[in-house]
Design a protein around this ligand. Structure first.
Ligand SMILES: C[S@@+](CC[C@H](N)C(=O)[O-])C[C@H]1O[C@@H](n2cnc3c(N)ncnc32)[C@H](O)[C@@H]1O
Length: 455
């Protein structure tokens, strides 16, 4: 068999890893990430689970987990300009506010190609937004807000840096670094994040002129389909691009080693592919279309048809992605909120003067002025945490947690050997509401709180 020809048995890659493979992988990951207080173990009832290897006090950090791939929600892109790799807020308080107001006034979402963000940062441009333009509401995340209009030119001045808000230098943000492929859609907090994202997955998913995708038109079609249906397909595309790029690197290294030393064991596609796919495969879960909850308006007799419809949706998305990248051969607070809280807390003499300038901007932003960055991501350790409606831990962003890492803190004292659990849903909901939300995860909760409330 030609060792470089693509192999078909994708099903081998999609099979769950054996318990031994998973145990070795997570032991190594925990040791590399220096999270000695935890261990991933097989749980008889629910598959994998995370267990305490030491005692944790209330409020103590249990683990920090680096994401493998993740994406900001399409609908959130209008509210927050964040680094496309580490999801830190970028630019400045003025750019965050100005960009949001600009997009609201334009009445478009940045997911759609009508609005090129590149234009918004170039100085002296005619931004041509309608001063009294009606928000179409079609793509805006804030069409319910009562708008207060700002004088002409304020929004442009905020975006191009001509208008500096008082005290905004107390909330410094990293500058915006554009994407290497010039797509004008991805921005970063540093050149190193831009490079890391390019090498991790973006080179194949970039719609810019330096894109390494097979077809930029096909890629745009794939992204539009994901934005119109479910933007989880963007995260799936990132996982696939990540695997392809890791595979290529492994192949190049292996062939180079073989060239130097003929005695080095030969490169094989299956081995390199499964190594490249390993970080994703370790998060193996049931198929999405098999476990999502049945919508309330679908009768149980229509369940098979519904699941088939969802499967077809995922398959259409994959076909679109394949046309774009197929290779023949893997809640922080908002700085805007922090800024306005700071202004609100100023001593009254300074506050009065400052608010003359900031109040109209605050009112123009409306109720949702402080939206934080939201998205979906795959965190290998966090994804092993099982659910409980009376959890002993919580994913929590502290002031220092500004990057895209997941932080898990103890909610109460945890003993050595105890399972660490988080709540996937709002624990204050009623029993029925909690169980309905958990149906999306494909299980019925039997934690002590649910059992007590059921009787
Ligand atoms: C984020 S994963 C947690 C890790 C998972 N046990 C594994 O083996 O990868 C979520 C899945 O774990 C299972 N799970 C988590 N908490 C559970 C619970 N309280 N009861 C039953 N199944 C649970 C469900 O299958 C759920 O879809």
């Amino acid at each position: 068999m030609d060792p470089l020809s693509p192999i078909d048995p994708i099903s081998t890659l999609l099979a769950p890893p054996s318990s031994l493979q998973a145990q070795e992988y997570f032991d190594e990951l925990i040791s590399k990430r220096r999270n000695p207080g935890i261990k991933v173990k097989q749980n008889e009832a629910f598959g994998k689970g995370v267990y305490a290897e030491t005692e944790f006090k209330e409020g103590e950090l249990i683990l920090k987990d680096q994401m493998v791939v993740g994406a900001q929600h399409s609908s959130n892109k209008m509210d927050c300009l964040v680094c496309s790799f580490c999801f830190r807020f970028i630019g400045s308080v003025e750019i965050q506010i100005g960009r949001k107001l600009y997009l609201q006034q334009l009445g478009v979402s940045v997911n759609h190609s009508e609005c090129d963000m590149e234009d918004m940062y170039s100085d002296g441009e005619d931004y041509s937004y309608e001063e009294n333009g009606e928000d179409s509401g079609a793509c805006s995340s804030s069409h319910l807000r009562k708008k207060v209009e700002l004088p002409k030119g304020v929004v442009e001045s905020l975006m191009n840096g001509d208008l500096k808000l008082p005290y905004s230098d107390r909330f410094p943000l990293p500058p915006t670094v554009p994407c290497i492929g010039s797509c004008g859609e991805a921005y970063y907090c540093s050149k190193s994040c831009a490079q890391a994202d390019w090498e991790s997955c973006h080179s194949l998913l970039c719609t810019g002129e330096k894109s390494e995708s097979v077809s930029r038109e096909a890629l745009v079609e794939f992204i539009e389909h994901a934005n119109e249906t479910n933007d989880i397909f963007i995260v799936a595309a990132k996982a696939i691009s990540y695997t392809i790029l890791r595979y290529r690197k492994l192949k190049a290294t292996s062939l180079e080693e073989q060239r130097k030393d003929k005695n080095v064991s030969g490169f094989t596609v299956p081995a390199a592919l499964s190594e490249a796919w390993k970080p994703i495969s370790m998060g193996h879960k049931r198929r999405w279309w098999d476990c999502i909850a049945l919508p309330v308006d679908v009768e149980s007799s229509g369940e098979n048809a519904f699941r088939m419809q969802m499967r077809n949706l995922a398959s259409t998305s994959l076909e679109l992605l394949k046309a774009a990248i197929f290779d023949n051969d893997c809640e922080p607070s908002s700085p805007v909120e922090d800024y306005f809280l700071y202004i609100n807390d100023l001593p009254s003499s300074e506050k009065k003067e400052t608010e003359e300038m900031t109040r109209p901007i605050f009112e123009a932003l409306g109720d949702d002025y402080s939206v934080s960055c939201e998205g979906s991501a795959f965190f290998p350790l966090q994804s092993c945490l099982n659910h409980s409606c009376c959890p002993n831990a919580k994913a929590f962003k502290r002031d220092e947690d500004k990057d895209g890492q997941a932080t898990i803190l103890a909610l109460k004292p945890i003993c050595k050997g105890e399972e660490i659990t988080i709540s996937y849903v709002d624990e204050d909901l009623t029993l029925e509401e909690r169980q309905a939300s958990l149906a999306d995860y494909g299980f019925r909760c039997t934690c002590p709180k649910c059992l007590a409330e059921e009787t």
